[in-house]
Ligand binder design. Sequence first.
Ligand code: SF4
Length: 384
Amino acid sequence: MSEQHPLSAAGRASTADLIVKLQASGLRTDIDVGARKGGAGPADAGMLWVNGAPATVPTTASYVSDSPYALRQEDDGFGIYLGEQRLADASLAPEPKFYRMRTADGVPYNQIALMHLDSLASTVLQTCTYWGNSDQCKFCGIGVSLEQGRTIAKKTPAMLAEVAVAAKELDGAVDATLTTGSTKTPDRGALYVGACGQAVKEASGLPVQVQFEPPSDLDVINRVHDMGIDSVGIHVETFDPRVLAEIAPGKAAWGIEAYFTAWERAVEVFGAGQVSTYVILGMGEDPKLTVDACRRAIDIGVYPFVVPLRPVPGSLMADLEPPTADYVEHINRQVVPYMLARGMSATGVMAGCARCQACSGMAALERSLGPVPAEGRPSLPLFV
Ligand code: SF4
């Protein structure tokens, strides 16, 4: 579990700034920080706490060798350094105990689900109708870890429930995040990932987020809610239609308005703040259009989870680099205060990526802004 460090406002601000810089440049280290290659989610990322804040940061991509930031072991823990200057405390997650376990059928638990810091995560269907054809999302690595034999193609609800109980009891998992490749069926895989989430929740009691594409029948969203799921992720990835068509042609076929329509239904049943979307920065998007659309999403109760592109080895964007820290901060500074002023906060999200926050600099910035005063004015100067 994380060590919490009581930091001053200035300390919280510098932590927020550092996390964005680490996610842009990477962190040089020879220490095992739990990085994994390929796959969906925080692939090619070390997972650690920086001054008590969760963060996933690139550690193995080729551009990381040019990073000015390094992780060093100290007599009592770890520190993050810029040259000889010590910038922050770091603590690493121990290898989860459940990784040594297997099902009765002999399937290793860590081929069923993984710990992402304090969240249990799994891709329940490791196949996608878009993978390997012209519709494949260029940033995605869902087929990579399957090809490398590090996961199984289909996790059953019973398997996931068994692993979730172990992850909670042995390793302190606080929630479960379940995603799926998209299917050809009208529900796009939502009902299967929902059934997996239901099994996890019933067995372990953990709050669960499930993630899926907008179903063609919106009543599917109500059925997922009826399964007891706490939060949903319906991910548009980018609000720039030109970029979406180029980067994720399969998703672009639905059109961005289909996401807003699905979100409106999802907010009706899950509540404001329990519906989220990834917004990936650094794929050539128009920044003003991106900020405006993030604010439109917030206005209807959707949490825009803004993350820098993290090129996944084996994906079609493997050779790219993340966007600069200045660019990410410029966007975050226009989205996070707007969100806080409307009463939406990472702390209100029950489960999933927007609860964990390790892949984004948003929550660290939120903490640096401090409590939102009654008049809704954040305490740091904003970019507009
Ligand atoms: S829809 Fe796109 S991001 Fe999702 S699994 Fe399929 S290829 Fe990957």
